[in-house]
Design a protein. Structure first.
Length: 362
């Protein structure tokens, strides 16, 4: 059974048994290498992506069994695993590694596509110069759809590499693409390194700095100003005792409300801020409590660093309730711009499967 979205896959399969996720974020404007059909799905895309990342930004969604591998190949246009969305969304440029079956007998070719025209051209140039054949892909796995995960970076344009099985077999001794073979670096043939180095040469020729849109000018109010106190609507939305929209002028409460909104949002839910939020869904299906807590802590810390730089996180405690499909995330924060601010500012956010906020105790 093939799954259209990660949420459906995660509800039916078990992380650590059926599949695994490897994720390393980059720094600044970075190039990310991703293998959304890694492991036993399309070997050795995970190994190629990791080799080219060379310790930098890298993501791999890996099937752990040959028997279930075909079912775990989420379409690239609907691939919505939260950690991948955040990693790609923060990257300046992206290269997505995939494998396809030969279109013709013994066809050693790479189909290169995507919306990053500059990097696509350079990849073709470097691969051809190294003796590898490239071609335009058939429409059924062409990578120019804006919804393709590789095109969801800051540039809104990425590269998709589709390597035929015959080509991939030239990278390993005896053409063995089994898990035992591809996970052993000693089985790699010179073609593996020649190929990866060609991709890295192409990537080194493109700038990674992405120009951000200009910040809209701040509209100043005219006329007399009665107070300099900032007023913010409460999060989550509520009605106060007067029947009006609940709000607060307390900076401490405003910070906690913003943290609440950040943690209670899944990346991709805000159309204009695709990377805003914390990928909590993956942890909801994690049976190992320590692994789940670690995933959630990393997700919260990354999101706070990006979206609330004035906040200092002093503690994160996550409790997963698998019976009801909910996780309680207790975040303790203080303000870095206020010397001596209290360290006991806490907010607990209860999140259901799918990111629905269900409880808000202070």
């Amino acid at each position: 059974m093939a799954y259209p979205y990660y949420r459906a896959l995660a509800a039916a399969k078990t992380l650590g048994i059926d599949y695994d996720i490897k994720n390393t974020y980059g720094v600044g404007d970075y190039l990310g290498h991703i293998a959304i059909h890694g492991g036993a799905i399309e070997p050795p895309t995970s190994q190629l992506a990791q080799y080219c990342a060379d310790g930098g930004a890298y993501y791999s969604f890996e099937a752990l069994s040959d028997l279930t591998a075909p079912d775990l190949a989420l379409p690239p246009t609907t691939f919505d695993e939260p950690f991948c969305l955040v990693n790609v969304g923060n990257s300046a440029r992206t290269i997505s590694w995939r494998g396809v079956e030969d279109q013709r007998e013994a066809e050693e070719v790479t189909y290169v596509s995507g919306l990053d025209d500059v990097l696509v051209s350079l990849v073709i140039q470097e691969l051809n110069a190294s003796g590898f054949v490239t071609d335009t892909p058939p429409l059924r796995f062409e990578g120019s759809d804006p919804q393709n995960i590789t095109n969801k970076n800051k540039l809104r344009a990425g590269v998709q590499l589709d390597l035929t099985r015959s080509l991939r077999k030239t990278f390993y001794s005896a053409g063995d693409l089994s898990a035992t073979s591809v996970t052993n670096p000693e089985n790699r043939l010179p073609a593996f390194f020649t190929y990866g180095d060609a991709i890295n040469r192409a990537a080194a020729l493109v700038p990674l700095t992405v120009e951000q849109p200009e910040t809209p000018p701040v509209i100043q109010a005219t006329g007399p100003v009665d107070t300099a106190v900032s007023v913010a609507m409460r999060t989550p939305f509520a009605i106060d005792h007067t029947g009006g929209v609940a709000s607060t002028t307390e900076p401490r409460e405003q910070l906690l409300d913003r943290i609440h909104a950040l943690v209670g949002t899944l990346p991709g839910e805000r159309v204009m801020r695709a990377t805003y939020g914390v990928p909590t869904s993956a942890a909801l299906f994690e049976e190992n409590a320590d692994v789940a807590n670690d995933q959630l802590q990393r997700g919260v810390l990354d999101a706070v660093a990006q979206w609330e730089p004035s906040a200092v996180v002093s503690a994160i405690v996550a409790t997963v309730n698998s019976e009801v499909g909910m996780v309680d995330i207790n975040v303790q924060v203080s303000r870095s711009d206020v010397p001596g601010a209290e360290q006991d500012n806490t907010r607990t956010i209860g999140v259901l499967v799918g990111g629905t906020v269900v409880s808000t105790p202070g």
